[in-house]
Design a protein. Structure first.
Length: 250
């Protein structure tokens, strides 16, 4: 029996494939402002969250970029070949995905705090505002992923953004579960995630890499606990302050 998440994932993949056909076929060259979510949803006969998920995937791959007041723009019709990791099939896979994210995304947040341009920060804030507007909605996971991708982009290191792109399905899987739990408890979990996001945004705005590292780590640890219902023992944990090595180089 097909669950709602699986069904939506299939619809989103179909929309993604159709959008890629327009891009790869030259109908939408670089610089094209693509139709709005509402227009695409009507055109393809699907819901806006389904369209949004397809757009998030294109954005994470570096194909489109969202600009305030201008919608989504095609920025690279021929990005690097898409790659991905094996899909999550069990709890062990989910734990492994969080372990990997904890080793990557905390440093990503720290680097973003040091390198983010005013435009990067504005995009992160805008994406987070979109997330807040979807609290308790079925686009919760898609907006959460967009927030993390925006932070990776703010590092200026394409490998960070590419890594999150490759983890697209693994990250979205966990975020969808969190979103479903949020719906069941009246949005309490979603509001908690919103507060965790706010702490990350504040650290980025303050240009504080240590605070950004810790805020992201707390967010990921709490996300893992919300999904699994229990804590996972860490074999190793960084002890050196994030800012020390940076200060030594300045």
């Amino acid at each position: 029996m097909t669950g709602p998440n699986e069904e939506r994932g299939k619809l989103s993949q179909r929309v993604y494939d159709k959008l890629r056909q327009k891009i790869d076929g030259g109908e939408w060259p670089e610089g094209t402002r693509i139709p709005t979510e509402s227009e695409l949803a009507t055109s393809f006969g699907v819901s806006r969250p389904v369209v949004r998920e397809a757009l998030v995937q294109l954005r994470s791959e570096g194909v489109i970029d969202s600009r305030r007041g201008s919608g989504s723009i095609i920025i690279s019709a021929n990005p690097a070949p898409k790659q991905s990791y094996e899909p999550i099939e069990n709890v062990a896979d989910l734990i492994g995905a969080f372990e990997f994210r904890l080793t990557i995304e905390c440093d990503v947040a720290a680097v973003a705090a040091l390198r983010a341009t005013p435009q990067d920060l504005a995009e992160i804030v805008a994406v987070n505002e979109m997330f807040d507007s979807e609290l308790g909605g079925d686009a919760f996971g898609d907006c959460d992923l967009a927030f993390h991708v925006a932070i990776a982009k703010a590092t200026g290191n394409k490998l960070f953004q590419a890594t999150l792109s490759m983890l697209h399905q693994q990250i979205l899987f966990g975020m969808r579960l969190t979103g479903e739990f949020a719906l069941r408890d009246g949005g309490t979990r979603a509001q908690t995630v919103s507060r965790e996001h706010a702490a990350i945004v504040e650290a980025l705005k303050s240009r504080d890499p240590q605070a950004a590292f810790e805020a992201m780590r707390e967010h990921l640890l709490q996300s893992r606990h919300r999904i699994l219902g229990f804590d996972v023992r860490s074999d190793w944990q960084r002890s050196e302050p994030v800012g020390r090595s940076h200060a030594a180089l300045v």
